[in-house]
Each structure stands twice: as structure tokens, then as C-alpha cells.
Design a protein around this ligand. Sequence first.
Ligand SMILES: [Zn+2]
Length: 201
Amino acid sequence: MLPMASPEIDALTQALARLPGLGPRSARRAVLHLLKKRETALTPLLRALELVDERLSTCHVCGNVDTSDPCSICADPRRDERSLCVVEEVADLWALERSRLFPGRFHVLGGRLSALDGVRPEDLSIDRLVARISAGGIDEVVLATNATLEGQTTAHYIAERLEGLPVRLTRLAHGLPVGGELDYLDEGTLAQALRARRPID
Ligand SMILES: [Zn+2]
């Protein structure tokens, strides 16, 4: 990739170029920066990567990815345990956390139902969600799946599965762009959708 670079530097550039949002050009710039700023950029990055790699885990309660299990959200006693927000992916959880508006805890499904991609209910953590809610102590479940056809199908399926359980089901307000994925929304729009969440009919 870099004609003058050693195989090691080439390998680093290629690894970075495969990251989402980068690409060969950005990767080359990043590598050059790391090489020039060894002490202030390369070493701290290496240390951070090592630490995360050592401690990386998936939270057995909510499915979040963190460096502790239970994750820092599940372990935080200040979070409102009576309110649970159901999202498709960890990226959606992180997006909602960036909005700082949801005081409760989360449940990550690990995807969305899709006939096209062959994703069935048993492929998602829906049973675990039902068990979690059946155990009691939760008043409100916010179904924050994406505003896509598959996201909405997933929300309806979960609503059916939760029928009869003593929880209030809500969903994010319309105003989310149709087909919109949480991760791509700006924090203001997301906060607005969360604030104006409404009961599922
Ligand atoms: Zn967790």
C-alpha cells in the first residue's frame, strides 16, 4: 500500500483501512501520524487497545459490549431499573446513551427479525428479554427498534410476546425518519423521539 514502507507498516495500514469510516487514504494518514507521534499517539493507542482487548466482554444482563460484566450501565445503581429500553444493536444503545436522555437500562436484541436474511426470533435475545421482564421490577418497556420495516416487525413481535405482562409498552415517537436507523440520528432528533415516546396500540 505504501511503496516505501516495510511489511509491518503495510500490515498496520491495511488493518486500519479495513475499519469502518476509514479507507486507504485515511489509513495512510493515520499511520503517518502514529509513526511521527510515537509517544503521544502510538503508545497511548497501543495501551488503550491492549486494555480493551484484555477486558472486553459482553454483558450477560443486557448484551452491551464493555470492559466489565455486568456492563457499566447495568452496574450503575443510579440507573432507573424500572425502565427498560429494547434496541437492535449495541450501536443503538450507544446512540441513545449519547443523547443522555434515557435514565433506565437496556436490552440489546442482537439484530432484527428478517425473513429475507433468515433471522428468526430464536436468533435474537427475545427469550432472555421476556424472562427478564417476567422476573418483575420493570414498569415500562421502550421498544426502540429502528424505524425500518424489519425494526417495526420486530417491535410488534415483541409486543405480542409481552402481552399479559404488567408493563407499559412504549415506542419512540414518529418523527424518526422512515427507514431511519438510530445510530445515524443526531442526538437532538433522538432525544426528541425518546421524549415524545408513546404507548403502543
Ligand atoms: Zn449490561
